[in-house]
Design a protein around this ligand. Structure first.
Ligand SMILES: NC(=O)c1ccc[n+]([C@@H]2O[C@H](COP(=O)([O-])OP(=O)(O)OC[C@H]3O[C@@H](n4cnc5c(N)ncnc54)[C@H](OP(=O)(O)O)[C@@H]3O)[C@@H](O)[C@H]2O)c1
Length: 326
């Protein structure tokens, strides 16, 4: 049984030779991935698109579940070995339909990279009554992986896109849906991104005996469609872009933003560090709960807490009727 202490030990800093400006192509270059099968959510925009581009270029066949299949097909038209199928992560019925079709294929799966996400949305609910960011970012991915878990090969990897936004909140077990707490879009995003990290902790614990590992990642700051719910003035005030719409030069490009997820999907040095939270193609340690400096990197302990991971697992099983690798 893995303990939180084990997770904190695994999260100790790891130097890798890659860094802040490493690109997706540079990470993939050292790996022979030809013939593998991957599922990449959000694979038609921002970091997901760069992830699919790198995988397809390396000969991986990629399935991209998309809530806008026409837009996805158009975005991916120049890539070979990529297939698009409809799926709305925010609707568990839609996820179930997609996973049923994937199970019908009976094709073994080597990689699942859960890139899709929404950020700082207005207060909305999924069709099943979950707060939209938790429902989409966490429960949708839990149901996706749960629905296709039987196809994961021994040695498969699952990468869960978290964010430094997890600093904003642990999982609010007493008020997951903001029924008594006033809704704050950033707290809700933070809760969902902590959930993404805890999913990796829980999944790794269940898969490790078969060499199936899960990791969470913070990709860095990248100007993409993710900021669609933020007014332009807020983006300028936070210095994410200048008045002319140019990204802050300290931000990563999408190709740099996709590198850490691909590194987590392939790095041999992560084999003994299942469940960790990765940044800049490395592991950066743990920061205290009140840490607010966004420049240092590091995971908050609540994103590695095994008890919280198990509690979240239990409620996710109840919500989806699935128990991935359980
Ligand atoms: N960009 C950053 O600075 C940053 C920082 C930290 C973490 N992240 C994380 O990185 C991930 C990717 O973000 P990004 O910057 O690449 O954003 P993006 O360009 O907005 O891409 C997000 C993708 O998720 C898809 N998606 C959203 N809701 C969905 C749903 N209900 N069902 C199916 N697909 C859905 C979107 O599809 P549609 O276009 O159809 O909506 C889009 O393809 C997110 O998980 C985010 O939290 C990003």
């Amino acid at each position: 049984m893995v303990t939180t202490q084990d997770m904190l030990q695994r999260q100790q800093p790891l130097e890798t030779g890659f860094g802040y400006r490493t690109t997706a192509a540079e990470v993939i270059a050292g790996h022979d991935l030809a013939g593998r099968r991957a599922v990449v959510t959000g694979g038609y925009s921002g970091l997901g698109l760069e992830t699919v581009r790198a995988l397809a270029g390396a000969g991986v066949s990629v399935l991209v579940p998309a809530r806008r299949p026409d837009a996805a097909s158009a975005a991916l038209a120049d890539l070979s070995g990529v297939e698009v199928r409809e799926m709305d992560l925010g609707d568990l019925d839609s996820v179930a339909a997609l996973t049923a079709s994937v199970r019908d294929d009976r094709t073994p799966i080597d990689l699942v990279i859960d890139v899709a996400g929404v950020m700082a949305t207005p207060h909305r609910q999924t069709p099943q009554g979950w707060e939209l960011q938790l429902g989409t970012n966490h429960l949708g991915h839990f149901a996706l992986v749960g629905g296709i878990a039987d196809l994961l090969v021994d040695g498969a990897r699952v990468v869960s896109y978290s964010s430094i936004g997890h600093y904003r909140s642990p999982v609010l077990f007493d008020d997951l849906r903001f029924e008594t707490t006033p809704y704050d879009p950033w707290v809700a995003y933070g809760q969902s991104k902590t959930a993404n990290a805890l999913f990796a902790v829980g999944l790794d614990a269940r898969g490790a005996a078969r060499g199936i590992h899960a990791y969470s990642v913070h990709p860095g700051g990248i100007l993409t469609d993710l900021q669609r719910h933020m007014p332009r003035e807020e983006l300028v005030a936070r210095q994410w872009m200048d008045e002319d719409g140019n990204p802050n030069p300290l931000f990563k490009t999408p190709a740099e933003g996709a590198s850490t997820g691909l590194w987590a999907a392939t790095a041999p040095e992560l084999e003994s560090r299942g469940g960790v939270y990765c940044e800049d193609c490395s592991v950066k340690g743990v920061v205290p709960a009140d840490h607010s400096d966004l420049s240092t990197g590091g995971a908050k302990e609540w994103a590695l807490d095994v008890e919280a991971a198990e509690r979240l697992w239990g409620l996710s099983v109840a919500a989806t009727g699935l128990d991935p690798l359980g």
